[in-house]
Design a binder for this molecule. Structure first.
Ligand code: 13P
Length: 250
């Protein structure tokens, strides 16, 4: 299995001073985590300041979204080229908050994904079911639709560069974490689906992250599941100690 990826999604949180302090605290300890890759995804406006705070420490920088056009008259949007320019290696795409609050569709995620791959960024594509979808027994169908729609038209080579984050919407920011069994079941389904869509080798190379109320006290059990290759962390990534404790569990 690939080294686990422990990723912090800071969402629309922190001031610039807080972002720099958080990144500095993580960077100061990052050398200890030889068995995990660390990633922080601050708000766009603090990317440069966070890049400076990270310096040479082994912490990658990522953005929380990107637009699918390279430049031009798209007021308020940020291109993948701009993200690379300020030191990003990763970009989160199709986060459930963008899908459900801002109406992002699989087609939009797919457009962004292709451009991100072309630019050389590593995309983290988020998928996950709503509570009512889980209760209606539709989890596997929803995940299949989101994965096939968001990754449509990718070559096998491109597919190996994608990271997928399974984030059940009902577990995000609610403190209601998926049980290790629930996470393991969806991750096993994901691996099987990717093997069907591409081939088993490619499916094995795609990192599958779990996200949704990951905390220091539940991280080791989740990360111990066979197909869980890392975590995408919201709330707990805003405290350096908690984020690093999760990385230690990985
Ligand atoms: P929480 O860890 O706050 O539940 O957020 C998860 C998430 O959405 C990460 O992208």
């Amino acid at each position: 299995m690939a080294r686990p990826l422990i990723a912090g999604n800071w969402k629309m949180n922190t001031t610039q001073a807080e972002a720099v302090a958080l990144a500095s605290a993580i960077a100061a300890q990052a050398g200890q985590f030889e068995r995990a890759d660390l990633l922080v995804c601050p708000p766009y406006v603090y990317l440069s300041a966070v890049a400076t705070a990270i310096g040479d420490a082994p912490v990658a920088l990522g953005a929380q979204d990107a637009y699918h056009e390279p430049s031009g008259a798209f007021t308020g949007e940020i291109s993948t080229g701009m993200l690379l320019d300020v030191g990003c290696r990763y970009v989160i795409l199709g986060h459930s908050e963008r899908r459900h609050t801002l109406g992002e569709t699989n087609e939009i995620v797919n457009q962004k994904l292709k451009v991100a791959l072309q630019s050389g960024l590593i995309p983290i594509v988020c998928v996950g079911e709503l509570l009512e979808e889980r209760e209606a027994g539709r989890t596997a169908a929803v995940i299949r639709e989101q994965v096939t729609g968001s990754l449509a038209g990718l070559t096998t080579t491109d597919a190996t560069r994608v990271v997928i984050a399974y984030e059940p919407v009902w577990a995000i920011g609610t403190g209601k974490v998926a049980t290790p069994e629930q996470a393991a079941e969806v991750h096993a389904d994901l691996r099987k689906l990717l093997a069907e869509e591409y081939n088993p080798e490619v499916a094995g190379e795609i990192r599958l992250l779990y996200g949704g109320s990951v905390k220091p006290d539940n991280a080791s059990e989740l990360l111990a599941q066979e197909n869980v290759d890392g975590a995408l962390i919201g709330g707990a990534s805003l405290k350096a100690d908690d984020f690093l404790a999760i990385a230690a569990a990985g």
